[in-house]
Write a protein of this length. Sequence first.
Length: 204
Amino acid sequence: MADYANLSRDILQTIIKYLSFPDYIRFGAVCSHWFDVSNEGYHSPQKQLPWLVCFDIDFPKFFNPSEEKVYQIEIPELHTHGRYCAGSSHGWLITIDLDLNINLMNPFSKAQIDLPLLPFDTFGVRYQKLCELSWLNYPKQKRDKLIYKAVLSADPSKSSDYIVMVIYFANSKLAFWRPGDITWIVINSHSFVEDVSQDFSDLK
């Protein structure tokens, strides 16, 4: 009988490149050696249907439309200082905590990338709109409502040439960030910004 637990790391790394997300999770559950290899990172060789993410009180749930199954994955990092998921893109979660610290988190590899704080102020905001921003006085509401949408132009685990784009501050601002930038590039809008596509490669 073959001793699968002693397969070389090179062979296991080759196998893992061709696994779907569910099989990748099962791969890491075979034994401690396979788990160690799986923790080195997962890189999908081809495009797959995106998973849907649903957050409850305890753990996030991921729905895989290919299998029509729901997976519940424990991510302790999401419980650090009231961290909240503001969006997901290319397999990464965009999270923000009660101090408005933002980072990118891969729920499978647990890799994290810290981003700068988003700049915002109420200077020049009309009184009527300022009244609508009462949530700024409450840390939890500020955390939940600051970012309306966040997307990535590419998978950070596959390339360092990517852009993070967010719509924030009551849909009135657009902000861009790329690796190496110290601050966000902010564009103020005179109207509400409702959506942004993941395909904004022309901005590179």
